[in-house]
Design a protein around this ligand. Structure first.
Ligand code: KIV
Ligand code: ZN
Length: 498
């Protein structure tokens, strides 16, 4: 019989730590429900002591989700554990994830401590968490660079204290796959009582080896993997959930997960769209080129027999080539169906109608409305709640013309207008906006992305604006890229704290 590998999804904790990826509670619930439909075993819902927003999200996700275990992160600190236990009070299945750095550099520079004291603090934290929940996971931060003998002592002590899962993070993404695999094997072979706990992998992708290290961990005895959708996460990200799920499906390793792989594409799109984090085109499994054969030799082979160049059936990850193409003649039902396929739940008629009206406006400008367009439309409500809105924008630019822009903003119901010149159309429009909003703000990062191919396509703009010592993220999407840029700027301004 196959062995079971537990999938621990940390998209909403490690993934959400990425600047610009922050979600509000409603969006987190949407992702959590999609993760439940995908079949993950554990959802790490947040780090409750870190902010009231995280605390509240853990509470609301606990209420919204039924069968996955809800996990909350803490440091090895009593007040963190108290806070996590409180946030988890509505979870049907709950886990506290506590831990401490175990590498010599963490012990010396982070804690100004010594190895023995760290073991005592680890044991105390696990015992304290056990007062609240049965299921306690311990993480040995920077285990990747912790020497194996000492790590085995830590793991043995926390299992004795009651840890049910022990997480061995390669926090800095430093390990080579064979080293990481050997580390897991060392623990399986040398820790007394190891059979009382599950060993978990948690790998970062700084050197592009997160998936390889995770797999090496699994082949050497780990039975839980900590992963994120699209591999998002701090710096270069975490191990990608879809890669692990599909490796186990394609190779017959006698190790099964509970993942419904047909939900992978919808989950990937939802996370990418809500977190404003584009998926690179050549990303394994979920990149838009992952199944596109462009060379003549490949196309010829695939037409003769798909097995020649295709190891995964796109349908197995939820990519449906026969998906209905939406045009201006499509009705509410077709749009609702497509939204559901894309993982967007719309159970409110008013909201559906609102998205539908915007869909019709877009379909008038474009021949075909793509899945990405629909996800952008579905995400536009965020702009509706803004107190500063773009009411009107006219820009004149061209070859031999000094660009000028005229703008009208609606600020809490009152209209303000201004005009300005600039080095280009976007510069002129932003200068005009700054003639209304007199704040000292600086554009730090600005990316424009066409969603698909044609010149009639929706452009997505991601921006970072610095104001009063903080950096704020903004997003805009429009068939007019100057308008999308101004919308992104306004989106960032609306999130200023004062
Ligand atoms: O990378 C890491 O070490 C972590 C721990 C907090 C689990 O994310
Ligand atoms: Zn991590």
């Amino acid at each position: 019989m196959s062995e079971r590998l537990y999938i621990f999804d940390t998209t909403l904790r490690d993934g959400e730590q990425v600047p610009g990826c922050q979600l509000n509670t409603v969006e987190k619930i949407q992702v959590a429900k999609q993760l439940e439909a995908l079949g993950v075993d554990v959802i790490e819902a947040g780090f409750p002591i870190s902010s009231p927003g995280d605390f509240n999200s853990v509470i609301e996700i606990s209420k919204a989700v039924t069968w996955p275990t809800i996990c909350a992160l803490t440091r090895a600190v009593e007040k963190d554990i108290d806070c996590a236990a409180e946030a988890l009070k509505f979870a049907k299945r709950k886990r506290i994830h506590t831990g401490i750095g175990t590498s010599d550099s963490h012990i010396k520079y982070k804690f100004n401590s010594n190895r023995e004291e760290i073991i005592e603090r680890a044991v105390a934290a696990v015992k304290y968490a056990k007062r609240y929940v049965e299921d306690v996971e311990f993480y040995a931060e920077d285990a990747g660079r912790t020497d194996n003998e000492y790590l085995a002592r830590v793991v043995e002590a926390v299992i004795k204290a009651g840890a049910t899962v022990v997480n061995i993070p390669d926090t800095t993404g430093y390990c080579l796959p064979h080293e990481y695999g050997a580390k897991i094997k060392y623990l399986c072979d040398h820790v007394a009582g190891i059979e009382h706990a599950i060993i978990s992998t948690h790998c970062h992708n700084d050197l592009g080896m997160a998936t390889a290290c995770t797999l090496a961990g699994v082949l050497n005895g780990a039975r839980q993997v900590e992963v994120t959708v699209n591999g998002i996460g701090e710096r270069a990200g975490n191990t990608s959930e879809e890669e692990i799920a599909m490796i186990l499906k394609c190779h017959h390793l006698d190790i099964d997960t509970n993942i419904n792989t047909r939900k992978i594409a919808a989950t990937s799109r939802m996370v990418s769209s809500l977190m404003n984090m584009p998926v690179q085109a050549n990303k394994a499994i979920v990149g838009r080129n992952a199944f596109a054969h462009s060379s003549g030799i490949h196309q010829d082979g695939v037409l003769k027999n798909v097995e020649t160049y295709e190891i995964i059936n796109p349908k197995d990850v939820g990519i449906d080539d026969n998906s209905i193409i939406l045009t201006a003649r499509s009705g509410h039902a077709a749009l609702k169906h497509r939204l559901e396929v894309l993982g967007v739940e719309v159970n409110n008629e008013e909201r559906l109608n609102d998205i539908y009206q915007r869909f019709l406006a877009l379909a008038d400008k474009k021949k075909e409305v793509t899945d990405d367009d629909i996800l952008v439309l579905a995400g536009e409500e965020r702009a509706a709640s803004h107190s500063i809105k773009l009411d009107y924008l006219q820009v004149t630019s061209g070859h031999g013309v000094r660009p000028v822009a005229a703008i009208i903003l609606d600020i809490a119901g009152e209209k303000f207008q201004a005009a300005a010149e600039g080095n280009g159309p976007v510069d002129a429009a932003i200068n005009a906006l700054k003639n209304i909003i007199h704040r000292k703000m600086t554009l730090k990062e600005f990316t424009i992305q066409a969603i698909n191919r044609g010149s009639d396509d929706v452009g997505k703009v991601h921006m970072q604006v610095e104001y009063d010592g903080s950096v704020y993220y903004g997003f805009g999407a429009n068939t007019d890229i100057v308008t999308a840029s101004v919308e992104a700027y306004i989106d960032a301004i609306n999130s200023f704290k004062k």
